[in-house]
Design a protein around this ligand. Sequence first.
Ligand code: NAD
Length: 480
Amino acid sequence: MLYIQNYIDGGLADPLSGGWIDVHEPATGRVYAQAPASAAADVDAAVRAAQNAFPAWRSMEAEGRSRLLRRVADLIEERLEEFAQAESRDSGKPVWLARSVDIPRASRNFRFFATAILHVSSEAHQTDDIALNYTLRQPIGVAGCISPWNLPLYLFTWKIAPALAAGNCVVAKPSEITPFTAFLLSEVCMEAGLPPGVLNIVHGLGGDVGAAITAHPDIPAISFTGGTATGAAIARTAAPMFKKLSLELGGKNPTLVFADCAFEETLDTVLRSAFSNQGEICLCGSRIFVERPLYARFRDAFVSRVRDLAVGDPLEDATGQGALVSEAHMEKVLSYIALAREEGGTVLCGGERVAVEGRCAGGWFVSPAVIEGLPFTCRTNQEEIFGPVVTLMPFDTEEEALTMANGTPYGLAASVWTSDLRRAHRFAGALQMGIVWVNCWMLRDLRTPFGGVKQSGVGREGGWEALRFFTETKNVCIKL
Ligand code: NAD
């Protein structure tokens, strides 16, 4: 049994309460680790450590902070295989995916923000010959970072790296469902020589540790990624305390395929956008709208490719689809397949629990599902499923496509597949989303603003946006 510990004030610590949470391996359904069931007292100890570390960390030269954070990036890279195995074991994702996407990106997050702070500048405004204003962007103090289970280390570090780079100290909470790589990150930070208290990682349940971070009077900024309902609960607590809030929430992303698309390339990427990481990515395109003249051809080719996706042991290189993250999540996904049938949909393939032989016999596997015949207004097409389930819908006009694409409470990301440049620009402008991809999907440049509109969130991460979030802006006006 692996024992995961908190990382507070530069050292590893058991939870003050003495309580523990079972951590499961989704591919086998078995408990393989215990994580701390921390509570408000652990968060308080972490906040005190962070407050003590803050004066020295904020006044360290940018070059010094940068060097330490680049060292963290190097050490993650050196332990790539160990991190990838841990991420796969914890989340059920194929180990090749963790090795090629999740862990390299976690390391890049540190490297990106560690170098970004060497290039920051701020504005000056001269008021005629009367005065000179300049803008200071100062670290906030202790930042709270709360992240979900789907891209555990990738999203955890996407918040921690800019917060630290900007000169803040951090109290962070990974998902209790996937705590393993955050624990390995604690080891890396100790080895890198990060000063005690600069980063603190407190494990535990959302209602305990997450809520305590959100409500803590000495944490003036909260960066959260997770479900929309949780985001609303966090906002209810944080707003009357006037905390800075960044909320990256759920999605129900449309994929718009026009008859003039480059067919094979579109098919390849739409398949990836639908089922990468078992569909457990906030950016996955789960509602696929296809222009009617192409509909039947696209549907048949797509379903045939989905049937070829191998569901199986995440450790095997040939596995396309690993396990879903938890038994509860698997049950939720299966319940949406049943709902789709009740709503009149036809399941063209998948949507069944899969029994994988051998060591994975008890695992939580579901075959990727493609459903057609549903209106865009039904619950299956309105609610986030966050699993290997997509719907196909034909459309006749651009107007109809746009109405359906924009017709959910969410607004995170869309992809548009067309050879018509002017149409691409029209849709880029009219889609109510934070991110629009044209003839591509999840092509990420870390300098670009990342986030959603409507119920997909408030604020943006990435590049300068993240560094601005994690700093307080001050105008200094000097009379000339
Ligand atoms: P979740 O909201 O259940 O949990 C996210 C984190 O919040 C976890 O660490 C959890 O412990 C914590 N938490 C739970 N209750 C809390 C509370 N009351 N106060 C404070 N913290 C609390 O989400 P999840 O199931 O882990 O993740 C899936 C969701 O995340 C999906 O909705 C998905 O779309 C979303 N997501 C969004 C993005 C994005 O960038 N927009 C990225 C990835 C995932």
